[in-house]
Structure formats: C-alpha cells, structure tokens
Design a protein around this ligand. Structure first.
Ligand code: PLP
Length: 372
C-alpha cells in the first residue's frame, strides 16, 4: 500500500485535469498574443480560465494575474515596494520563505520589515500588527494558513487594521484554496497569492488576485502580458488546467474537507493511543483540515521519516537535514517549541484520495516503530 500523506507539499493532478491537458496540449499551442486563429484559440483558453477562476472566487476576471508559481505571486507583491515611497513591510515570523527570504533579499534595495511574533499555536495577534505600523509602512502581509502547522491566521482582523490605516493588505493563500472557504477574505484583501499544485492542478503555475484599484509594477518585464504585470508568454495549458482544478476544489470543498477531517480525527486518536504525551502542534480551534504536525519526544524525525518511507508512507517535516545534521524548523522554533520536540516533529497532510485503511496502516506501522 502506498500512502501519500504530503498534500501540503504538493498534490497529484486530478485525473479529469490530466485528460484535459492531454486533449489540449498538442492543439492549443498558438501564442495567445498572435492574432491568427491559432493564437485566438489559446487566448480563448486563457481568458476562459481567468473567468472561471473569477467566478469561483467571487472577483472580477481583470483582478487575476497569472504567474509561474505561488512564490512568484508573492515576489511580484514584495518587489513592488522597491518602487514605492513607503518601504516598510509588516509580516509574520512564520511566513513561507517565498515571503521571508524575499524580504531579506530586498533589504539592500532599501526595504525594511517588522516580523510579528506568533504564540505557541502559531497564531498572530492582530494588535501586534497595529503596534508595528510606522509612518512609512507600505504593506502588511499575513498568510491565510501556515504550511507547517496548519494554523489559520485571523486575517480578517489583520486586514481590517490595515484598512483602517490605509495600508495595502496581502495574504499568502497558497495553503488555503480548496481547504477552507476564502471568497470573503479575497473580497476584503487587496492582494492574495495562490499556487495550482496545492489544489490538484499542475506544477509551475499560480496566480495573484489583485484589487483593480491597486496599482502594481511588474516584477518580470517583457512583452506586456498579464495587464503589463508579468511579461512572458503565458503557460496556456497550465493555466487552463489550474482553473479547472480550482473550480473543482472549491465546489467540492465541503465534501472533501469532511472526509479529510475524519481521517485527521482517526489519525490523532491513533497517535494519542500510541503515546498520550504526543505533542500536536498548531491551533486546534483554527487550522486547515488534514494537517497533523506532531512529535513523540526524542524520536528523531529524519530517522522516523526514512522508516516510514521504507513502509511506503510518505510524510515530511519542517526541519532540514544537511550532511546528516538536522536543523530545527524555524517555524516551530518561533512558536517556542523546544529543540528536542522540534527535531522529533513530522507533518502528515491528508488529501481527498486518502482512505481510512491507509490511516489504519499508518498507525499500525507507527506503533511498531515507536514502541519497538
Ligand atoms: N506559500 C506557501 C504558504 C506555501 O506552502 C508554498 C509552497 O509550499 C508557497 C508559498 C510556494 O508556492 P510554489 O510552490 O507554487 O512556489
């Protein structure tokens, strides 16, 4: 039995999306900027995808900018600040590297930033954002949900503070689409980033939802595609496939999140039976369904992941292993988790194709590894 439990890292492509790709990739190869019939066919796919996304997200099609990834959508937003007078950014200390590393990279260009702390559940306090606002704050960026522990941030409250101070608000929604309803937040936020491969679409394609009233400068300069915001011939097939996957993920959200939450409950009760002292990270009141980040104290996570891998169970951790030396997860360290627990933490993230039998097999295998 192959148990893929790493859906927060990436998801398999939906089969009907793969079929659509196969049917269209050899016929829709025209450049959407060409005016002939082949170009118009590609342009039609592009604009249909934009409209499909706009319809399911409840925004206008002109507010959708296609990018090459969630990372690129975040970069497009952050690079914009180098052209602005107000160059201070407020963000949380547990954002994805697509935000945190980009901000560090942009420091020599004059950008400054304040990292808002999180509590032990990985949740930001919106009042900390308020306190961090400076006269030159030009952007507030808080992710919808964290990729390592699944905590959902109170982004509506954060956005409200930004709005009260007239500061644009961006949110990294990459972990949220298809897992929790986000239409209202999209409506309220000025900018939100997404990535296709997190919701059963192809890799290497993403998009940014941008309020029409907000002016942005391009990050990739070229032929003026994407309303002059992202040069480069569009990945037509990837974009068409992403829109189909997004539509399906949003329309089946209720059903899939119920199924995934059941798997999560079964998993948690199983790991608690193995060891009642197991530490389960994140905000248990407010987290994305199906992500279980947990630690059995002093059980080295890299060893455990390798043993699980051998048993065809595919999970991950937030810590990195270089030349046999494990580095603790920065997210968990920021949440105040001690190093022993940090280096014992693994992340299971369920998807819609996982089954109760797979969870049973996982718990059985884990039990034999932990209690041996
Ligand atoms: N933001 C978050 C919260 C993520 O989890 C990820 C991917 O893991 C990204 C951004 C980057 O997305 P992409 O892989 O499309 O660059």
């Amino acid at each position: 039995m192959n148990c893929y439990f790493d859906h927060s890292a990436t998801t398999p492509i939906d089969s009907f999306v793969s079929e659509w790709i196969q049917e269209n990739q050899s016929i829709a190869f025209g450049n959407p900027s060409s005016t002939h019939a082949m170009g118009r066919k590609s342009k039609h796919i592009l604009e249909t995808a934009r409209q499909q996304l706009a319809d399911v997200l409840g925004c206008a099609s002109k507010e959708i900018v296609f990018t090459g990834s969630g990372t690129e959508a975040n970069n497009l937003v952050l690079y914009n600040l180098i052209h602005q007078e107000k160059q201070h950014i407020i963000t949380s200390s547990i954002e994805h590297p697509a935000i945190l590393s980009t901000l560090s990279y942009l420091e020599p260009f004059g950008l400054t930033f304040t990292l808002i702390p999180v509590d032990s559940t990985g949740t930001v306090n919106p009042q900390d954002i308020k306190k961090a606002i400076q006269s030159d704050t030009g952007l507030i960026s808080i992710m919808v949900a964290n990729n390592e522990v699944g905590t959902i941030q109170p982004i509506d409250d954060c956005q409200q503070i930004a709005q009260n101070f007239g500061i644009p608000f961006h949110s990294d929604g990459v972990q949220a689409l298809g897992k929790i309803p986000i239409q209202d937040s999209i409506h309220n936020c000025d900018l939100m980033s997404f990535s296709s491969h997190k919701f059963y679409g192809p890799k290497g394609v993403g998009f940014l939802v941008k309020k029409d009233s907000l002016k942005l400068n391009p990050f990739i300069i070229g032929g003026g595609q994407e309303f002059n915001l992202r040069g480069g011939t569009e990945n037509i097939i990837g974009i068409g496939a992403m829109a189909l996957a997004a539509k399906s993920a949003i329309q089946s959200l209720e059903k899939s999140s119920k199924h995934i939450s059941n798997l999560e409950r079964k998993c948690i009760s199983g790991i608690r039976e193995i060891d009642p002292k197991v530490v389960i990270h994140g905000n248990h009141q407010s987290h994305i369904p199906g992500l279980v980040s947990f630690a059995f104290n002093k059980v080295d996570n890299q060893t455990l992941l390798t043993q699980l891998d051998r048993a065809h169970i595919f999970a991950s951790s937030g810590s990195a292993c270089h030349s046999g030396i494990s580095t603790p997860s920065k997210v968990l360290a920021t949440m105040g988790i001690n190093e022993d627990i940090n280096l014992s933490t693994i992340r299971i993230s369920f998807g819609k194709h996982n089954t109760q039998d797979e969870v049973d097999y996982f718990i059985q295998t884990l039990k034999s590894l932990i209690l041996k």
